[in-house]
Design a protein around this ligand. Sequence first.
Ligand code: TRP
Length: 528
Amino acid sequence: MPDVSPNDTADAVDRGVWSSKLGFVLAASGSAIGLGNIVFFASNAYQFGGGAFYVPYFIALFVLGIPVMITEFSLGTMTGRSFPMALSKVVGAKGEFVGWWSLGSALFITMYYITILGWAFCMMVGALFGLMEGGATAPFAPFLEPSTGPNATAYFFGILSSWWPMIAVIAIWGMTLMALLKGTETIEKTVRVAVPLMWLFMIVLIIRGVTLPGGTDGVMYLFTPDLAGIAQPDVWKGAFSQMFFSLSLGLGTMTAYASYLPKDSDQVNNSFMVSLLNCGFEYIAGIAIFSMLFAFALNPAGSTLSLSFFAIPQGIAAFPFGVKLFGFAFFFLIVMAGVTSAISLVEGMASALIDKLGIDRKKALLMVAVPGLIGSMITALPFIVDPGLAGNGTVGLNFLDILDHWAFGYSLLTVGLIECVLLGWVFGAGNLRAFVNQHSKLKLGAWFDVLLRFIIPAILLTVIVWNLVIDLTGEQLYGAANPLGFVDWFPVVIPILWIVGTLSLATYLTRQPSAPDPTESPIATFEA
Ligand code: TRP
C-alpha cells in the first residue's frame, strides 16, 4: 500500500495537532452544533410540520451528511492541509480555486453568523434585566406603547434598533479570536469547557420543557410521521439544505479541523460520531423547543429567528419559577453553541491563509478578522428602514437577510457539489475509499462510490437548480418586495457583492505563489 500522506513531524509542529481524539471530536462537534441546531432546525421543523421534517432529515443524514463528512475529513488527513491547499494537492489549481471561493463565502457567512450571536448575547444579558418583565418598547409601529407583560418581540426590536449589538458583536469576535490565538491548543481548551456545558444546559432545558403541562404534545408533534407532508418535495429540499449547514459542510471547516489529525485516523468512525452527536443534539433541542411551544400554545409566525428569539423567551416568561435563570440559560446556550461554530468558521479561513502564504497565525487571524468584523458591524446597523415591520426592520437585518439568502442558499451546496465531482470523478472515488479503508474499522463498500459520484451530486444539483428557478422566475429579486425606503438597492447590490467579491478573492489567492508544503510528497493514487 503506498504511503498516502506523510505527515512529517516538522509539519505537525508548525500547523498544530489535536492532543487527543477527544479534543478533535469536541471541536468538530462544537463546530457542527450551533445556531443551525437550535434556531434553524426548530424553525425548519416547525415550518414544514414536525412529523414531516424529521424523516427526510434522517434520510439526509445517511445519504448526504455522513458520506460528505467522510469526504471532507479524509481530504484533511490525506493531505495534512486546509481546504484550498488540500484540494490543490489532490486535483490541482481548479480545486484550489473552488476552495478559496468557498472560504470567501465562509467569510460572508461568518459576518452575519456573529451578528446573530451578538443579538443572542444581548438577549442573554437582557434576560437578567428587562426581557422577562413588562414595559418593553421599541421604536417600531407595533411596539411604541410599553407592554404590560413580558414582550420578547418588542424587547428584541428595541435591542436591534440600539447600538448594543455593535458592542456584543465586538465582544463575540474578541472571544472567537482569543480561542484561536494558539490554534489547536486554545481551541481545545475552549471546547473542553464549552461543549460539555452546552449539553448540560440543553439537558436542563429539555427536562424543564417536557415536564411542563402539555409539553409532551410538542414532542408528539415533532415525532409523529406525517405522510402527506413527507410527500412534498419542498420538505426534502429543506432537509438536505439544513443537513449541510448543520454538519458544517461545504465551507472547508471540517477539512481544516481534520488536517490536524494523524493521517491514520479512522474517518468513518469520526464522521459517524460527529454527525450523530450533532443530530442527537438537534433532536434534543427540537424536543425542548417544541415542548415549550406546545405548553404555552405559542405561534411563532414570521421569520426564521422568531421561534427562538420571540416565542421561546415568551414561553419561558410564563414558567412558574426560575424565569430569569431559564431565560439566561437558553440564550447562554445559543451563544456557547454559536461561538464554537464561529471559531471553526474562522479557523477554516485562517488555517488556509497560513498554509498558502506561510504567514504566522496572528497575521492570518487579522486578515480574516478585519473584514469579518466590519461586515458583522454592517449587519448590526440599527437604523430603522421599515417601521411597519412588513419585512425586516433595520438596515442591518435587511442586509443580513438578503446576504443569507444568497451566500447560504447557494454556496454550501454548490461547493459540496463541485467537491463531490472533483473527488468522485477527478481524484477518483475509489482512491478516496481506498485511503479511508486503510485506517477504518468499518470498511466502506462500493456503494460509497455510487453515492459520491452519482447520487449526492444529483441531489445537490437538483436543489441548486430548483432554488435558482424559484429565484429567477419570481416577480422580484429576493428582498425587493419589502418597503425598504432608501435601501431599495440592497436586493441587487448584495448578491453582486457576494458573487464578485468571492470570485475575485478566489482568483487573487489562487494566483499567489504558495509557500512550500512541509508534507511534500504527492498523493499516491490507486487508479490510473
Ligand atoms: N454548523 C454550524 C451550525 O449548525 C454552523 C457552521 C459552522 C457552518 N461552520 C460551518 C455551516 C461551515 C456551514 C459550513 O450552526
